[in-house]
Structures are given as structure tokens and as C-alpha cells.
Design a protein around this ligand. Structure first.
Ligand code: SAH
Length: 242
């Protein structure tokens, strides 16, 4: 069971269906050219990963024709798979070189985790909905992404046994950075997360300078579903504005 839904609260845009049917690989290469490279992302390793990961395998069957369109899509449990450009830019902000240990909070479909697995040494991803965690685990294994571990848990606590992390990505909007995630960041490690509520969120990057100090950058406005759990939003704090 999904246990509650955040549907309708994430500003999901339903892109128009492509007029001419394209095969998945052609559509994926075009997505990378127009939506990712075309918007200024140039890291060759990241572009190669995005050309490789079959996003259509991570979306519900009836939406596969929209998998390479320029927007988020609904997945099970009232959640969303993020817009490809958002996945790209959040990943880019981690500056991965190949050996890092990375933590993702909010596995959702598993697509972001697959992209990370191409660029880092080991990826841990935490999802609070068991149904989503199980589906993502199956998809990732079937596609051969073996350096990803998906756990069903409240990601607000991080995943202490594998800490410290060189990078932490949170793919749901938090009221503020959960303290355990800051604590589990390695020195020089980066935490990328959307901060804010229904009314407005900004993507932030926190870099751990030393044991005690962090540098915080506020980057640009974004729209994510809420982070739930211990340091997330309660249901009644994420209500529609009247
Ligand atoms: N990264 C995903 C997008 C996920 S949407 C992808 O590539 O598809 C955000 C996800 O965060 C949702 O699946 C939601 O269930 C999950 N989430 C929200 N609060 C959470 C928490 N406290 N711990 C773990 N996952 C959480």
C-alpha cells in the first residue's frame, strides 16, 4: 500500500504527446540535445549517462510515449518522476568523478538513482513507500545497475551505516536540511536539496567545509513533492492555499 498520496500538489505538467512516433533511443538522444545540452549542461560524463539510461523503463507503461518529453510524469503512490532537466542539473551540481559514495532521498521511480549509478562508485537510495522501493529495485536490477541499493525507510534519518557521503541528493522539498543528512556528509561533500513548501521552493547546495561549518548557496526556484517523515512536512502543513 502506498499509504497516502501527494497527487495534485506537485505542479505536474502533462506534456503533449509527440505527434510523430519515434523510437525510444532517437527520442532520448533528442531529449539530451534539446533539453539538456541546449540548456547549457556540458559535462560529457553526465550527457553520456543521460543518453544511456532508458527513462521509459522507469515510467508507468501507459506513459512510456511521454518518457522523453520535457516535464515530470506521475508514478505510483501519487509521486512523480522529475523532469529530465532537473535530474540533469541536480546531478551536475554534485560534480561526480566516478568513485564517490552517494545517497539519494526519494527513490521514486529509480531513474535518478540509475543516472547517479553511472557516475559514482556506490549509490544508496531511500524511499518511504515500500511499493515504489520494490518497483525501483526490480527495474534497476533488470537493467543491470548493480551499484545501487534501494531501502524502504524514512530518508530524513539518512543511511548512517554507509556514511559519510560525498554527495547527497534529496528529490522532495524539505522545510530545511534534515540534520542527520548534514551530519552524514563528508568534508567537501555536497548536499543538494529543494527547500520550501507548496507556495515556493528553491534548490540549495550545502558544502561541508569542515567538521562544523557548511557553505550554503540558494540556487533557483523549483517544484517538488513534499518530503515527509521526521524532518519533512506533515500532511496538514502542505495544504492548498485558500
Ligand atoms: N528521484 C525520483 C523522484 C522522486 S519524487 C525519480 O527519479 O523518480 C520524490 C520521492 O520522495 C517520492 O517517491 C516520495 O515518496 C519520496 N519521499 C518523500 N518523503 C520521503 C522520506 N522522508 N523518505 C524517503 N522518501 C521520501
Amino acid at each position: 500500500m502506498c499509504g497516502g498520496s501527494d497527487a495534485g500538489v506537485s505542479g505536474v505538467i502533462f506534456p503533449r504527446r509527440r505527434q510523430v512516433a519515434m523510437d525510444d533511443e532517437t527520442a532520448r538522444l533528442e531529449m539530451v540535445e534539446l533539453q539538456i545540452k541546449g540548456r547549457g549542461i556540458s559535462s560529457p560524463r553526465l550527457l553520456a549517462a543521460l543518453r544511456q539510461v532508458p527513462r521509459h523503463e522507469f515510467v508507468p507503461a501507459h506513459l512510456q510515449g511521454l518518457a522523453y518529453d520535457d516535464g515530470p510524469l506521475p508514478i505510483d503512490c501519487g509521486q512523480t518522476i522529475s523532469q529530465p532537466y532537473i535530474v540533469a542539473i541536480m546531478t551536475d551540481l554534485l560534480n561526480l568523478t566516478g568513485e564517490e559514495t552517494v545517497l539519494e532521498i526519494g527513490t521514486g521511480s529509480g531513474y535518478q538513482a540509475a543516472v547517479l549509478s553511472c557516475l559514482a562508485g556506490q549509490v544508496y537510495s531511500i524511499e518511504r513507500h515500500e511499493v515504489l522501493a520494490a518497483t525501483a529495485r526490480r527495474t534497476l536490477a533488470a537493467l543491470g545497475y548493480h551499484n545501487v541499493q534501494v531501502h524502504a525507510a524514512d530518508g530524513c534519518f539518512g543511511w548512517p551505516v554507509a556514511a559519510p557521503y560525498d554527495g547527497i541528493l534529496v528529490t522532495a522539498a524539505a522545510p530545511r536540511p534534515p540534520q542527520p543528512l548534514l551530519e552524514q556528509l563528508a568534508v567537501d561533500g555536497r548536499l543538494i536539496l529543494p527547500v520550501g513548501g507548496r507556495g515556493g521552493q528553491f534548490l540549495e547546495r550545502w558544502i561541508r567545509c569542515d567538521e562544523k561549518n557548511f557553505e550554503r548557496e540558494i540556487l533557483f526556484p523549483v517544484t517538488f513533492v513534499p518530503l515527509r517523515g521526521k524532518y519533512g512536512w506533515a500532511e496538514n502543513e502542505w495544504e492548498p492555499a485558500h
